[in-house]
Ligand binder design. Structure first.
Ligand code: PSV
Ligand code: MN
Length: 424
């Protein structure tokens, strides 16, 4: 299923006058509104190939219908999202869940849908049928050199798939760690992992990056070998200039100050980018902005400030991706909501009165500093984000259009009711 331009126009038409009223009101007080909108238009968030189906927990999975059964259908789903919001123009592949059968066909489909290939992801957290050795006790950290070799080769194979498609980064997330005290020698596990990563690093093309993703716990519950940003940064520093730390919002211990982590990683030129999601308790993988929108806003303040301090391009110099799971919502509607929440937080961060904030900070005026932040956070910027969509040819209200033209119903007609997308 593909969306036609006139479907978008027909949806926008009756909404335009009310939209304009709201937009004119808010934009009257902003002197650089066109520059802000241009940044929003340029900003895109990649969609992971594993997030297009209904997720689940270890207790069960309540499958949806009309879900994509292969990579082509997954790309078509992302193409739909991108047509609706013009901010989801990239796909991140997880190998071996989504190995392309024919690179040329996949690349031409991507071009037709306006999609780029974002970072490619390796998977050494599950055993694959074709692999001889088990990752039960880790992969790159494993005490057995042969297991490490198998995991290294898998990562190099993932890079090769990425090269064929035009990706420029490899994301390595390891479930390696231990479940019980005494199970692992931490130093040996670190050294083994570092040496394995060094071999993978050596296989990176000159213009590639490797993103080392950390996670505090799960599936290992006593120690994780890349458990926090400190450990990830150690690996990234030891590996070299092409290695960076990837922040997944759900991968911290409760109440971690993620905005401070982001600020310092940016300062050290070691921030790779993001896996966006939201959580109440652990790695809940909920819709971005659904639980802690203020935290997301604070993170974007640090991102914008840190990137501007280094003259970085907001849209292209870091990796932006959603990494969420959808247990009770339609995955596509959920992804539309996540992208919207990211754009809102980004728009608000762009509107912060930096000069006033800096002055307040420099004079220890804590009250004014808080006022500056909360004034902006309490400003309704949804019409600014909608205007950016309008200017790039997208829908004023993507979720409403998705429902009005019955996208899911059409996908069910095309794909059937009993479908299961690969992923977790
Ligand atoms: C692990 O929880 C993670 O966040 C990593 O990014 C994985 O690659 C992804 O989820 C999908 O399993
Ligand atoms: Mn992640």
């Amino acid at each position: 299923m593909q969306l036609k331009k006139n479907t978008i126009d027909e949806h926008n038409q009756p909404l335009i006058s009310e939209h304009k009223r709201k937009f004119d009101f808010i934009s009257a007080g902003i002197n650089n509104i066109d520059a802000v909108i241009k940044k929003l238009v340029d900003f895109n968030v990649a969609i992971p190939s594993w997030a297009l189906g209904t997720g689940g927990t270890r207790f069960g999975r309540f499958a949806g219908s009309g879900e994509p059964g292969n990579l082509v259908e997954k790309m078509e789903d992302i193409g739909l999202l991108h047509a609706l919001n013009k901010s989801s123009g990239a796909i991140s592949l997880h190998i071996p869940w989504d190995i392309p059968e024919n690179y040329a066909d996949i690349k031409s489909l991507a071009a037709q849908l306006g999609l780029q290939f974002d970072a490619v992801n390796s998977n050494t957290f599950q055993d694959q049928k074709a692999r001889e050795l088990s990752y039960k006790f880790g992969s790159l950290q494993h005490v057995n050199k042969a297991v490490r070799k198998q995991a290294i080769e898998h990562n190099i194979e993932v890079i090769k798939h990425g090269i064929e498609l035009g990706s420029k980064a490899l994301t390595v997330w390891l479930s390696d760690g231990s479940c019980f005290p005494g199970q692992l020698n931490f130093r040996k596990a670190f050294q083994n992992t570092l040496e394995s990563l060094q071999e993978i690093y050596a296989a990176l093309p000159a213009d590639w990056k490797v993103f080392v993703e950390y996670k505090a716990f799960e599936p290992n519950f006593y120690s994780m070998t890349v458990g926090d940003w400190g450990q990830s940064l150690l690996y990234a520093n030891k590996l070299g200039p092409k290695a960076f730390t990837l922040v997944d919002l759900g991968h911290h211990l409760p109440n971690a100050n993620i905005e401070q982590i982001v600020s310092l990683l940016l300062m050290e030129k070691k921030l790779a980018g993001f896996h966006f999601n939201d959580s109440k308790y652990g790695d809940d993988d909920l819709t971005v902005g659904s639980i802690r929108p203020y935290q997301l806003f604070l993170i974007f303040i640090e991102l914008v400030e840190g990137m501007d301090a280094r003259g970085m391009n907001h849209a292209t110099d870091l990796g932006w991706m959603i990494d969420a799971s959808h247990n009770v919502k339609d995955p596509l509607e959920d992804l539309l909501q996540s992208v919207e929440a990211i754009m809102i937080a980004y728009a608000q961060a762009l509107l912060i009165d930096r000069k006033k904030l800096n002055e307040a900070q420099d004079s220890n005026d804590v009250v004014t500093a808080q006022e500056v932040l909360q004034d902006t956070f309490r400003t309704d910027v949804r019409s600014i984000v909608a205007e950016a969509r309008l200017r790039s040819g997208a829908a004023l209200n993507p979720v409403q259009l998705f429902r009005d033209i019955k996208v899911r119903e059409q996908l069910i007609k095309e794909r059937g009711t009993k479908t299961v997308a690969t992923g977790l």
